[in-house]
Ligand binder design. Structure first.
Ligand SMILES: [Zn+2]
Length: 180
């Protein structure tokens, strides 16, 4: 990946902070944003966002700003079966609206100042698209000694009750369906 920037200098992801007056002067003329961003603080229980490659078209439409494009989210995660580190990428469709008095969960608030920072919106997209239960490969069968998992990895219990269920409970499951 030759396009990947090294370091995290002040110029990194500057393209993601957009000049609003300029955009609003050119109503109907989309501004193309192409950038890479390292969302350091975006992580889920078993996965981390590493890099987002962003291709977004921003356009002022009346008093709103529309953001349309794609973000490729690169992540690392812990395989839910063997617990080894794994990585991958997820393509996210971006189709968002920034407006004053945004509706919670539907549109994003347009800031009062002259700068529109796209990163909080992207962080939210990354958060929603991080894998919850990644696999290092579809054929991963996990460690041979599964008892090791239930005994020494408390962070994994409750995540996948089907996989870590004590076989002795099977009897109780059957009872539930035959109590008439
Ligand atoms: Zn695995």
């Amino acid at each position: 990946m030759t396009r990947m920037k090294s370091g995290n200098g002040p110029s990194d992801s500057d393209e993601l902070v957009v000049d609003l007056p300029k955009l609003q002067r050119n109503t109907g003329v989309p501004a193309e944003i192409s950038s890479e961003w390292k969302p350091d603080s975006v992580r889920a229980t078993h996965s981390n966002a590493i890099l987002m490659q962003v291709e977004i078209s921003l356009e002022a439409v009346s008093d709103r700003i529309t953001a349309l494009g794609t973000a490729i989210l690169h992540w690392t995660a812990q395989c839910r079966r063997c617990l080894e580190a794994t990585s991958g990428s997820t393509s996210i469709d971006i189709n968002e609206i920034f407006e004053k008095g945004a509706s919670e969960g539907e549109t994003f608030e347009l800031p009062l100042g002259e700068k529109l920072d796209l990163r909080p919106m992207l962080a939210e997209q990354a958060m929603l698209n991080l894998p919850v239960a990644a696999l290092c490969s579809k054929s991963c069968t996990g460690p041979i000694d599964t008892e090791f998992l239930t005994n020494s990895s408390p962070s994994n219990t409750g995540e996948n009750p089907e996989e870590f269920k004590d076989p002795r409970w099977d009897v109780l499951d059957q009872l539930k369906f035959s109590d008439d």
